[in-house]
Design a protein around this ligand. Structure first.
Ligand code: ADP
Ligand code: ZN
Length: 604
């Protein structure tokens, strides 16, 4: 069985090795055991049911929540020569009947369905006349009310399974939360032993958190080192999206906006342009990204702070699905915390508490000086032990020199004490910096001995310090009102028995440190560009996105190994039998004439 799977992997998909877990999952499904797969975005979930589907005699049905995802998968499979179809509301009557005919003729291996389509009597009776060997539930977190994307029709899928008693069920999701996983399992009645959980560590994502200073110039600066690459910039509000979009547009960037204020049509057009590589940058609110499968997103910039770690993880997850390096930059501004707090304060009391806990976890991640992957993966319940990942700003910064900030801590903490632990960070900073604001005079805080003793540091520097005092356990902040309270440890600092070490933020503009891509720099960029143009031409002719023809990795390997013959082309990532036949000659021609040209130039 496994040999068969391995052959299909090479011949149909053009890949040489299974990724971690894939082999075991496929074996499990082939042994007709119900299976739950938890794997991060880009981990390679689709193959886990696509390969069994090609081995099973009968049909595999795949439930998927979004038409765009179904379309994408069917396009990919069709290009690979696999007979796959979908049934959903986007089809015309004619297309629908044609697909039904093909199903009846048993010419189809994979059928993609929206859950509401599957639940109709018409579909169920059609399927009852066919041999269904496998039922895949993609994006299975939609089953759970605790998930970020609950769909009531998904909940009914458990019951539908009784219609296909001989079908093995495989449910797949990239959801990292334990509660959602448990919910999926109990609702589908799955056995724990058939659960496969991959690590959520996306090794190819470079995580970078930079203090937000002049965000527009920081962004432009970053973009200048990434010309020609696809990326997404996430902003907090529609207004911010429009503003940044206009600036970039005026600056000559290939860019489009995306947010809920645009018409459905505009949104669809902008998304399509991005997916087809006709536009390079999308500036978007969180609304963007669901249902896009574009594998070559090379960067994600968080222009504003995301709401919580889950949102952040989900958004950076859209980068680097192809496994090649991608950069994730978060511009971390303390002003953004205030914005998010403002929105939190509009919520009900219970919701406020939860939202504050989530926000604090995010702040801890952003402010950490250890490897970013540690707080990130710990948040998802993973025990990440590696000291240095070499793929985050902290690991590459080398050892940071920590300064002795005991005296500054004493100033700040005593100011908290003298104002009876009733005020928040900003007011304490105002006192230390000798502000003349009305609030100061109302409380007669200009009379305090700590008034004006912190003028040597800017408000921003003090804010950064205050966050460190909190993170070091010297004071705690009331989740609701933001007022500060001293801890036992703070008194040791007063007495001088405990020293405080930390960082004093620099005042000048920080550039987003650029990350070098050593390995991938090794390919022939001139050839790559020629191959890319050919790929775009073929894609436009076929009416599909370029990555459906070949992913970037294929073109990079071609521009590294220069395959010149039919056989050598088979060794390239992503070249299976069907694509080889269909497109091989186009690319070989380019490579051969490029090399001949090169040789001729060298001779003359
Ligand atoms: P997910 O659904 O988990 O987000 P996909 O199934 O879309 O991920 O896979 C992500 C990318 O990795 C796709 O381009 C896919 O073709 C590729 N891929 C999956 N498995 C392998 C493998 N064993 N070898 C090489 N590439 C793979
Ligand atoms: Zn690291």
């Amino acid at each position: 069985m496994t040999d068969k799977a391995k052959n299909i992997l090479a011949e149909v998909f053009g890949y040489s090795e299974f990724r971690s877990h894939q082999r075991k999952i496929i074996e499990n499904v082939l042994q007709k055991r119900h299976t739950l797969v938890i794997m991060p975005t880009g981990g390679g979930k689709s193959l886990c049911y696509q390969i069994p589907a090609l081995i099973f005699e009968g049909l595999t049905i795949v439930v998927s929540p979004l038409i765009s995802l179904m379309k994408d998968q069917v396009e990919q499979l069709t290009e690979l020569g696999v007979s796959a179809l979908f049934l959903n509301s986007s089809l015309s009557g004619e297309e629908y009947s044609r697909n039904v005919e093909l199903l009846k003729k048993k010419e189809v291996k994979l059928l993609y369905l929206a859950p509401e389509t599957l639940l109709t009597q018409r579909t169920l009776s059609l399927l009852s006349s066919l041999q269904i060997d496998c039922m895949a539930i993609d994006e299975a977190h939609c089953i759970s009310e605790w998930g970020h994307d609950f769909r009531p029709e998904y909940r009914k899928l458990a019951g539908v399974r009784t219609h296909f008693p001989s079908a093995t069920c495989i449910a797949l999701t990239a959801t990292a939360t334990l509660r959602v996983r448990e919910d999926i399992k109990s609702s589908l009645g799955f056995d724990v032993s058939n659960e496969f959980i991959a690590s959520f560590n996306r090794q190819n994502l470079y995580l970078n958190i930079t203090p937000k200073d002049k965000p527009v110039s920081q962004t432009i600066d970053f973009l200048s080192g990434h010309s020609g690459e696809s990326g997404i910039i996430y902003c907090f509000s529609r207004k911010q999206v429009d503003k940044l979009y206009e600036i970039l547009q005026d600056g000559g960037y290939s860019v489009r906006p995306y947010h809920a204020g645009l018409s459905d049509k505009e949104r669809a057009v902008n998304q399509e342009l991005f997916i087809k590589d006709d536009v390079q940058i999308i500036v978007a609110t969180i609304a963007f990204g669901m249902g896009i499968n574009k594998p070559n997103v090379r960067f994600v910039i968080h222009f504003d702070l995301p709401k919580n770690i889950e949102t952040y993880y989900q958004e950076i997850g859209r980068a680097g699905r192809d496994g090649l390096k991608a950069e994730c930059v978060l511009l971390f501004g303390y002003g953004d915390i205030r914005k998010i707090k403002y929105f939190i304060n509009q919520k009900s009391e219970d919701e406020q508490l939860v939202a504050n806990i989530h926000l604090n976890a995010l702040l801890q991640f952003a402010e950490t000086s250890v490897c970013r992957r540690r707080p990130l993966l710990n948040y998802f319940g993973e025990d990440y032990q590696i000291e240095k990942c070499d793929m985050c700003d902290n690991c590459l910064a080398g050892d940071k020199e920590l300064a002795d900030i005991t005296v500054l801590a004493q100033k700040f903490l005593s100011c908290v004490k003298r104002t009876n632990e009733m005020f928040g960070i900003n007011h304490i900073i105002d006192i230390l910096r000798g502000s003349q604001s009305q609030k100061i005079y109302n409380f007669e805080h200009e009379k305090l001995s700590t008034y004006g003793i912190g003028k040597d540091y800017s408000g921003k520097q003090w804010f950064h310090l205050a966050r460190q005092f909190i993170n070091n356990g010297l004071m705690i902040q009331d989740a609701k009102y933001g007022s500060l309270k001293l801890t036992e440890k703070a008194y040791d600092v007063f007495k001088g028995t405990e020293k405080v070490f930390g960082m004093i933020e620099e005042e000048d503009l920080r550039q987003v440190k650029q990350q070098k891509r050593e390995v991938e720099n090794d390919y022939d960029r001139v050839l790559f560009e020629k191959l890319r143009i050919m790929r775009k031409e073929l894609a436009d002719k076929a009416g599909v996105p370029p990555y459906i023809i070949f992913p970037d990795k294929t073109l990079i390997e071609m521009s590294t190994h220069y395959p010149r013959s039919d056989e050598s082309l088979f060794y390239i990532h992503g070249v299976g039998t069907v694509k080889h036949k269909k497109y091989g000659a186009y690319f070989l021609d380019i490579i051969n004439s490029y090399l001949e040209q090169k040789i001729a130039n060298n001779v003359s």
